[in-house]
Design a protein around this ligand. Structure first.
Ligand code: PEP
Ligand code: MN
Length: 282
């Protein structure tokens, strides 16, 4: 392993706790559940998620890294305003992806955590710039990144001054075409052993198939993940992106409820917020 002086543990008990809001902390005893659609499509869509699914934080992309340049690229600033509104009205932190240095300032004004997507895990200039941001960064593992490359990408952010880094295992490419990627739970265990950073699992992009997500979510918690980031949608089949892996809101609620027993069995807890009646728009 290359010298990841800042990301690696200096003693076995060392851990970093990343605060998303006053109530939500990653890397502590509590398991954190983040949910929402792949892409922010409308205010009604985000409100449907926030009012039905008891999550600790919401996700939703507004700048989307799409394989095809002709596919929908995200709502941009309009999407950020939707996230801000839902964040304020439901009292939930939000996470969204940043693809370019030029987007950092605007996104940081609306979101509680900035996501670096797999395709940008080794965009070193972006990582350096995020090192100077006073917000948590959710760093997703690259499509074919080794554990060492992943940890060194985190090291870029840490060494440029931002200590609030959260790692996310989201599956890696392999030869099998049955699933979109291969969920590497071994990496989750290894990352928890070698680094002090919180580790999330994204079973949605890891599998690409909604029917595989509940069991793998439970396996991820049992393996020691600090939380999950899962895609769900009020009308999964109509998702503008990643429809095949989107859970219905009902399935998402059931899945979240099923995690409690596993968390308890490994000495952890899940603290879900009560579903909110939205605060009046300001
Ligand atoms: C996402 O979380 O919306 C996403 C694009 O994921 P990944 O970067 O892991 O493919
Ligand atoms: Mn997606």
């Amino acid at each position: 392993m290359l010298d990841a002086n800042l990301a690696n543990k200096s003693h076995p008990q060392q851990r970093t706790i990343v605060q998303l809001s006053e109530q939500v902390a990653l890397g502590d005893r509590e398991i954190v559940i983040i949910g929402g659609p792949c892409t922010v499509e409308s205010l009604a869509q985000m409100e449907a998620v926030a009012s039905v699914v008891p999550v600790n934080a919401l996700r939703g992309g507004v700048y989307k890294p799409r394989t095809s340049p002709y596919a929908f690229q995200g709502l941009g600033v309009e999407g950020l305003e939707i996230l801000s509104s839902v964040r304020r009205r439901y009292g939930l932190p939000v996470v969204t992806e940043v693809m370019a240095i030029s987007q950092i300032e605007t996104i940081a004004a609306h979101a509680d955590m900035l996501q670096v997507g797999s395709r940008n895990m080794q965009n070193f200039d972006l990582l350096k710039a995020l090192g100077q941001v006073d917000k948590p960064i959710l760093l997703k593992r690259g499509l074919s990144a080794t554990i060492e490359e992943f940890v060194m990408a985190a090291e870029y952010i840490l060494s440029h001054g931002n200590s609030q880094v959260v790692l996310c295992e989201r599956g890696i490419r392999s030869f099998d075409t049955y699933t979109r990627n291969v969920l590497d739970l071994g990496a989750v265990v290894a990352l928890k052993q070698i680094t002090h950073l919180p580790v999330l699992v994204d079973p949605s992009h890891a599998t690409g198939k909604r029917e595989l997500i509940p069991d793998l979510s439970r396996a991820a918690i049992a393996a020691g993940a600090d939380g999950l980031i899962i895609e769900c949608h009020p009308e999964p089949e109509k998702s503008v992106s990643d429809a095949r892996q989107a859970l219905s809101l009902e399935t998402m609620v059931e899945l979240i409820q099923s995690l409690n027993e596993i968390a308890t069995a490994i000495g952890r807890q899940i603290h879900l917020p009560k579903l909110q009646v939205p605060a009046m728009a300001a």
